[in-house]
Design a binder for this molecule. Structure first.
Ligand code: ADP
Length: 401
């Protein structure tokens, strides 16, 4: 059974075709800068043994329909394709960022599901509309193939009220659904399950803290396979310090800035989302650049690294207490997988949590699941590369069954 995974953003479309018999990737790629003068289309087929297997074109991609056309054309292309006809695609799994508290599981998409995703769009105005566009393009170009919506928020739907409610008038939750939803759920779910498998245990028998560190960063406390708390909030602005996002901040600062800097709500929102985090402290948001300058002695970059790691350590402490007992901490995504310096800054001197980092094992970029703590470490530290596409494809298969 072949599953096509679609991750439609406001100006991009990532895709992957997987053979779910052995969970292998058949083809993957990305269409970027949709709607701009020059777009970029990338297609890659597997096994990637020859240069011919990759197609890269810089040309205008006027809209998502054109992007989806490219995907459909390439996967069944006479020269580059991996299937002969669209009949060989059994289902399409769509990443949907926000499912509100309507969706407790991934679902088969029908008219009412689309309507609810649309209704929830104010909670994810940049993302949910693109997901609906992705579904509609799929319905148009692959009319007989079922579509499944896989929500980033679903994994966090098991949080208890005490964790997901904000301490503001309860009517705001009742009327407007203001609450913590969390994000990166597909990634947290994937690594939480993988770590249990790798530790030779059932997910319901382990307590783990999952640490997703990419451009966006979030953590989750996962008790017996279920998420009980997570650092992102109603939107992905809360929690950890990120590339350009502030993470947690005293909400009174917003009123203070409005009054003393004459900033509008839009300007403050833009600053917190796009000009803050690592970028706000040192002017850079790519971790590789920050390390390069930090090594040259740049004080602002050193401070940004200290702040970034310190915030994660605080959440580790909080979530260890939330869980009561802890079996493993798992790092994933761009920084989590590749950055040994940040991992060591986070995990140093954590006797209080029973974590002892192994300097040798932690060294370098890690591309396959690996323990980075010592054999004696009571709580194990792991690096597990995330695989959101595979998780979406697995969920899609599960829904169809
Ligand atoms: P996204 O959230 O957009 O999916 P990624 O998971 O790809 O992001 O992570 C992007 C982050 O990973 C960037 O901050 C980038 O600097 C960082 N990163 C990628 N490779 C390395 C590396 N070798 N060392 C340190 N950081 C890295």
């Amino acid at each position: 059974m072949n599953v096509l995974v679609i991750n439609a953003g406001s100006s991009s479309l990532k895709y992957q075709l997987l053979n779910m018999e052995d969970e292998s990737v058949m083809a993957t790629g990305l269409v970027e800068r949709i709607g701009e003068a020059t777009g970029k289309k990338i297609y890659k087929k597997f096994p990637d043994t020859d240069a011919e297997a990759k197609v890269e074109r810089e040309e205008e991609v006027p809209d998502h329909r054109a992007a989806m056309h490219f995907v459909v054309d390439m996967i069944k292309d006479a020269e580059y394709g991996v299937i002969k006809s669209m009949d060989e695609v059994s289902a399409i799994g769509h990443r949907v960022v926000q499912g509100g508290d309507h969706f407790k599981n991934s679902v088969l998409v029908d008219a009412s599901v689309k309507e609810i995703i649309e209704q929830i769009s104010p909670l994810a105005p940049l993302h949910n509309p693109s997901a609906i566009t992705g579904v509609e393009m799929a319905e148009e170009l692959l009319p007989n193939v079922p579509n499944v919506a896989v929500f980033d928020t679903v994994f966090h739907q098991t949080m208890p009220e005490r964790a997901f409610l904000y301490a503001i008038p309860h009517s705001l939750y009742e009327d407007l659904k203001v609450r913590r939803y969390g994000a990166h759920g597909t990634s947290h779910k994937y690594v939480a399950k993988q770590v249990a498998i790798l530790m030779d245990k059932k997910p319901e028998d382990v307590n783990v803290i999952t640490v997703h560190l990419g451009n966006g960063c979030s953590m989750a406390a996962v008790k017996n396979g279920k998420c009980v708390d997570t650092s992102m909030g109603m939107t992905p602005l809360a929690g950890l310090m990120m590339g350009t996002r502030s993470g947690d901040i005293d909400p009174a600062v917003l009123a203070y800035l409005a009054e003393h800097k004459n900033m509008t709500i839009e300007e403050i929102d833009n600053m917190l989302n796009k000009e803050s985090g690592l970028k706000g402290i040192c002017g850079l948001n790519d971790m590789r650049d920050i390390h390069a300058k930090s090594e040259q002695g740049d004080e602002a970059c050193k401070l940004a690294l200290e702040m970034f790691s310190y915030r994660i350590r605080k959440y580790l402490g909080a979530y260890a207490v939330v869980l009561g007992s802890l079996d493993a901490v798992v790092f994933t995504a761009g920084i989590g997988e590749n950055d040994d310096i940040v991992r060591s800054m986070i995990l140093k001197d954590l006797d209080c949590l029973g974590i002892e980092l192994d300097g040798e094992k932690n060294k370098g970029r890690i591309s396959e699941a690996k323990v980075v703590s010592t054999d004696a470490s009571r709580v194990k530290a792991w690096v597990i590369p995330t695989n959101e596409e595979l998780q979406i494809a697995r969920e899609t298969v599960a829904v169809l069954k």
